[in-house]
Design a protein around this ligand. Sequence first.
Ligand code: GTQ
Length: 346
Amino acid sequence: MTVLSSNDDDRTRYYSVIGEKNLTPLWEVLHSLVPAHPRPSIVPAIWNYSALRNIILRSGSLISASEAERRVLILENPGVRGHSRITQSLYAGFQLILPGEVAPAHRHSQSALRLVLDGEGAYTAVNGERTTMKRGDFIITPAMTWHDHGNTGDEPVVWLDGLDIPLVQSLDAGFAEKATVQTQIEERAEGEALRRYGKNMVPLDFFQSSSDPTPVFVYPYSQTRTALLELDGSAIDPWHGHAFRFVNPSTGASPMPTIGAFVRRLRSGFEARPYRSTDSAVFVCLEGEGTALIGEQKFSFSRGDVLVVPSWSVHQFRASSDAILFSFSDRPVQRVLGLWREEKLS
Ligand code: GTQ
């Protein structure tokens, strides 16, 4: 039998015949479906906090926290505007809460983290326990935990939210509900979680499975910062500087199953070696300044800035003053699925 290659018209006619049957030819899309390496739609980007602060504060006069439920400006990756995401799998937002305001209690399947950027006097309550939000604090609200936020101080407070919204959306697995009260009743005194679970020990009969979220729902910046500074003089990882991975102290796994969080300190003048990994990452500069070379693009960052590094993009950090960078990504998901790869370049 002779194999004929059909012309474009034949193909177009055939595609419309099969199109009506909800069929489409793989050969037109194979290489985008199964690429030789990641081809992210998201692009490198930076949000400069000092330039955005006043704009964020202005949202405070447009809508109240309780009317909005959450008064948040979503950081939309410029490569995928309109999709409410900062990376393919993660969402990020600047949340503003003014003195006296309450963001009412609710819960949802999506896991959330908060990184406090600006202002003092707010709290987050998670399943009946409050934590006062201090700048740099990393706070989590695991899937289906009740949470509300409030500001009992006298200044506006802004934090960065990081949620696995796009990931949960891609699985069509999201549920949410509002509580019958605006503010949860305090069931335990502030600090109880840290006292019970945050001292390299856990209650004698306490066991968790590897995908359970940490019962320690706050990683205070005062502790994180001290831990980083105490590494001064000890070996420096050429790719990451002095760096830690946040863990659930009772399992060693990531604080929440879908989002990994990391922190690094880059001493003034340090130039990290180029690196890439398959988890697109969101970086937040907590202290200092420097530059990030992401692919061919160079970004200068300073305090409060948020940066995105797309999957498999070679990137390199350089600090021009002592810098501390927090980051989060979907790394734990990729690792458990056997998808995660990294490359340390020289
Ligand atoms: O604080 O619970 O940025 O539910 C998006 C959805 C924050 C929150 C967001 C949320 C929250």
